[in-house]
Design a protein around this ligand. Structure first.
Ligand code: PGA
Length: 255
């Protein structure tokens, strides 16, 4: 059973006070049962404190980035073992903001994916096309390039412990979400690409959708057969908004 994962990517938002309110709200209102896993990804300086706030709740903790290196002269970077020691179980790699604003290549992302696995963190590999790429019919080719860099570097079996997030760049933070059908098409394409190398990996991997997911569009997206939850930006910053998405997942039959 794949189950659902609803992950909050807080991006560069938060403060000690705001995080406490947010985490308390999420923990108190998390849907019962095991069909939906919740995850929060705060900025680096707050990881250890948020880990403590989460305590023994079922809500998981993840980072928004990870260094490809183990240790050494990499000023400003954070290694996987440090993230583990701060309480993380997941690490987002290749978010489109890092690809576009920090110049991360698909190979950099593949190296980060491997670095996460090496220390027992589950990488959440983000892939997605820009509006220009979609309009010129390149969506599948862009996804293939981003996915193949990781498949070639880490191998299909490494996806046993990974998550993929399809995040069309044009839908992130714009309020312009992909329709459930548009998202499902790409999710199917991604799962089929994995299927070509391993049927069991493809059947078990969670593929999240991200890009303007809200409480009122989540159920439509998550009810599609290849959409296993969401990577949530804006709507992850208020517990009520985030929980509305979690509840949408919980209301669907788990699969
Ligand atoms: P959004 O961000 O939900 O604010 O569109 C999603 C993301 O960037 O992960």
């Amino acid at each position: 059973m794949r189950g659902y994962l609803v992950a909050g990517n807080w991006k560069m938002n938060g403060s000690n006070a705001a995080n406490r309110t947010l985490v308390q709200g999420i923990v108190a209102g998390a849907p019962a049962g095991e069909s939906v896993q919740l995850l929060v990804c705060p900025p680096f300086p707050y990881l250890a404190a948020v880990s403590e706030m989460l305590g023994d709740s079922a809500v998981a903790l993840g980072s928004q980035n990870i260094s490809a290196h183990d240790s050494g002269a990499f000023t400003g970077e954070t290694a996987g073992n440090m993230l583990r020691e701060s309480g993380c179980q997941y690490a987002i790699v290749g978010h489109s903001e890092r690809r576009a604003l920090m110049g991360e290549s698909s190979q950099n992302v593949a190296d980060k994916f491997q670095a996460a696995l090496k220390v027992g963190l589950k990488p959440i590999l983000c892939v997605g096309e820009t509006l220009e790429e979609r309009e010129s019919g390149q969506t599948d080719a862009v996804i293939d390039e981003q996915l193949n860099a990781v498949l070639d570097t880490a191998g299909v079996e490494s996806f046993v412990d990974a998550v993929i997030a399809y995040e069309p760049v044009w839908a992130i933070g714009t309020g312009m979400t992909a329709s459930p059908e548009q998202a499902q098409d790409v999710h199917r394409h991604i799962r089929a690409a994995l299927e070509a190398q391993s049927e069991s990996v493809a059947a078990n991997i969670k593929i999240l959708y991200g890009g303007s997911v809200k409480g009122d569009n989540a159920a439509g997206l998550f009810s599609k057969p290849d959409i296993d939850g969401g990577l949530i930006g804006g709507a992850s910053l208020k517990s009520d908004d985030f929980l509305a998405i979690a509840d949408a997942a919980a209301s669907l039959e788990s699969r």
